[in-house]
Write a protein that binds this ligand. Structure first.
Ligand code: AVI
Length: 322
């Protein structure tokens, strides 16, 4: 396979390394950050539009109806700040907050950060039309590298947005490590606005990750196709089945792909053996209670200053201060 740019080569080297490490581990696992190639972004958009995937509407409702209160918590004394969004996606939810901050004439610059180059290119193309007065600079890459880059550009107060329950794609101890590392890059009085999917009826959670139309199934299987396309793999996608499971005790919702037969898959010159019914752990989507969120804030050195929930208490955007 021809790899064209230096950037693609670097990314694919990392992708190959992590994929092989995950598939040679016991049990096998993959890294859900690799779901988001162009096809994956497109399928994720379909997931967010699904009736079963309540998370998007719940957080959208918070942003639509409570943006003014959130803006009041962010901007004390009209101090200038940088608004840095980790995993900005198409910014459809944060756009309500951005609009409110602009309406209030606050002095800020928006830095959307995303792992997907395609997402940043789209924001560069679309944001000026949607919000002509917005000053922004899209940053493509790893969250922490890009956060450091934003800190090099300016030393103003930072307000970090980490929405969409992206924290849920880490297990609880990874989430704590992540928040601790994030705190190291922030200064006293900086703010983190972080979205969590709340524990709720287990059937409702499971349905969001096991939809009838099979969109989540395609989302998971697309990673096998991506490995075929980009890493010279030969997965027979039809020989794997999607399985999702939610444990109400721990709050972890997990997606797996199950090998339907004994098979060998090649990735470049590497052969990986799968037994019949062997699973690959694909993704965790951790759900939290309000107490667990408070505990996470405290154990990673943040102070909870406010929480914004939707009317049905499905989702919370918590505001933490360093
Ligand atoms: C991006 N992330 C918060 C989604 C979630 O809910 O865990 C990804 C996803 N996976 C399957 N459906 C949605």
């Amino acid at each position: 396979m021809m790899l064209t740019t230096e950037k693609t080569t670097v990314n694919n080297t990392q992708f190959l390394k992590e994929t092989l490490a995950g598939l040679n581990a016991e049990p096998k696992r993959m890294f859900s950050k690799y779901f988001y190639d162009e096809t994956g972004d497109h399928i994720f958009q379909q997931i967010m539009d699904m009736e079963e995937y309540y998370l998007t509407n719940a957080e959208m409702e918070i942003m639509q109806y409570q943006a003014n209160s959130i803006a009041n918590v962010i901007s004390v004394d009209n101090e200038a700040f940088d608004l840095i969004e980790l995993g900005a996606g198409d910014a459809t939810k944060s756009i309500h907050l951005l609009k409110t901050l602009l309406d209030k004439n606050l002095n800020f610059k928006y830095y959307p950060i995303d792992f997907s180059e395609h997402v940043i290119n789209d924001l560069d193309a679309n944001l000026p039309e949607k919000l002509p007065e917005l000053t922004f600079e899209g940053l493509n890459g790893d969250y922490f590298d890009m956060l450091k880059k934003a800190a090099e550009i300016s030393d103003r107060k930072k307000v970090v947005l980490f929405m969409g329950a992206n924290i849920g794609n880490m297990n609880v101890s990874e989430a704590r490590e992540f928040c601790l590392s994030l705190k190291q890059l922030l200064s006293p009085d900086d703010i983190l606005i972080i979205g969590f999917d709340l524990k709720k009826n287990p059937q409702q959670i499971l349905a969001a990750y096991n939809d009838k139309a099979g969109i989540t199934r395609s989302f998971n299987l697309n990673l096998l196709s991506r490995i075929n396309r980009e890493l010279d793999g030969n997965f027979d996608v039809s020989a794997f089945e999607h399985y999702a499971n939610y444990d109400p005790e721990t709050g972890s919702c997990k997606s797996y792909l199950i090998s339907l037969k004994n098979q060998i898959v090649n990735i470049g010159s590497n052969a990986i053996h799968f037994s019949e019914n062997e699973f690959i752990m694909m993704e965790i989507s951790q759900k939290y209670s309000l107490n667990e969120i408070d505990e996470l804030a405290q154990s990673s050195g943040f102070q909870l200053i406010n929480s914004f929930t939707d009317q049905q208490n499905y989702f919370v955007d918590a505001v933490w201060k360093v």
